[in-house]
Design a protein around this ligand. Sequence first.
Ligand SMILES: *Cc1c(COP(=O)(O)O)cnc(C)c1O
Ligand SMILES: [Zn+2]
Length: 420
Amino acid sequence: MSYVTSLKCRECGQDYPVKPLHVCETCFGPLEVVYDYERIRAVMSREAIKARPSNLWRYRELLPVDGEPEAGPFSGFTPLLAARRLAAELGLKSVYIKDDTVNHPTLSYKDRVVSVAITKASEFGFTTVSCASTGNLATAVAAHAARARLRCYIFMPEGVEAGKIVGSTIYGAQVITIRGNYDDVNRLCSEIADKYGWAFVNINLRPYYTEGAKTFGFEVAEQLGWRLPDHIVLPTAGGTILPKVAKAFKEFHEVGLIEDGHVKVHCAQAAGSAPVVHALHKGTDLITPVKPNTIAKSIAIGNPADGFYVLKAVRESGGWGDAATDEEIIDAIKLLARTEGIFAEPAGGTTLAVAIKLINQGRIKRDESLVVSITGNGYKTLEAVAGALEQPFVIEARLKDFDALFERLQNGKRSVAGAA
Ligand SMILES: *Cc1c(COP(=O)(O)O)cnc(C)c1O
Ligand SMILES: [Zn+2]
């Protein structure tokens, strides 16, 4: 049972049938799924949701699938942690971490969007799925495609982390890396999608795929006790998650699940790939593409498809945004690990680093509640921080060697021991 009525062009409003379409034939605007909120309001309740399994399909009336969802039976419903030690360091009263480092099965927010896209690909009868990816999407598509018994081709820019390549190939996907950056990969994939007729989750299935990102926001609201925070900071790459989380909050109000809350939505980018933040700071709608250069490879998109909608959502909410340098990103990854025991990938470091900037700028105040969105796991991007950490000591398996080392450590003399 689906509550989707059509696809609609976000620019000119023209209606389209529920098919694998993504751009308007008239104005080339992006298409978006339209729901019958009236009917959803009549069937969706807090009690009904709470009685369902702890996965993203607990909000299925607000997701664009027709039948019983096939993909992602354990995806979503990740922890929302009250981060008391981090809050104390930041000088805030209530800070929450929405922790998608433990999303099932590939440890990033992409398990949400891909669960919806793969279910939809099967519903449409595709036998081959594909994607243009900065890394996390690749691992998610490869894993979910394996379960769904779909053939899978993955396209990534060269230079992505080993964990993302190994973490895609392992599932039997055909992985192809492209000499160029993500924007080059994306351009090529649009041509391949046209010619080969495959389901590219983030190209021709984009209207369905992006809806999966709303579940990040639905969960935040439910896990806060059907309330909204004062602030949420989200990372921006192609510009999917941020506007969709803003939409999720609006929809929950629309269907009567929460009171109208006012959330300031803030955008975080890496300084080496910050076209949206530049436009935000300049006060323009015009996003000037950049050539990405940052350790935050999963969010290194220089020409974001939905950057305009990120600006719109941020401005409508009264939020702001900022960019973090690679050094600030690494410091924030360490801070989160040290205070809350969560190892984020650089996208998460970016989000926390930007949250700290917004606090220092006085935009997020001591008494206000803050959700920091941690969208990916650091175990997949070890090379990003390995060089910035101290090497382990190497000693013989002899107690007296340890005694000597321990004494040196007690005296604070770290540098004497060999660091092979
Ligand atoms: C893809 C990704 C994002 C956000 O990308 P959008 O395209 O803006 O939705 C954020 N964090 C991680 C770890 C990602 O992989
Ligand atoms: Zn149009």
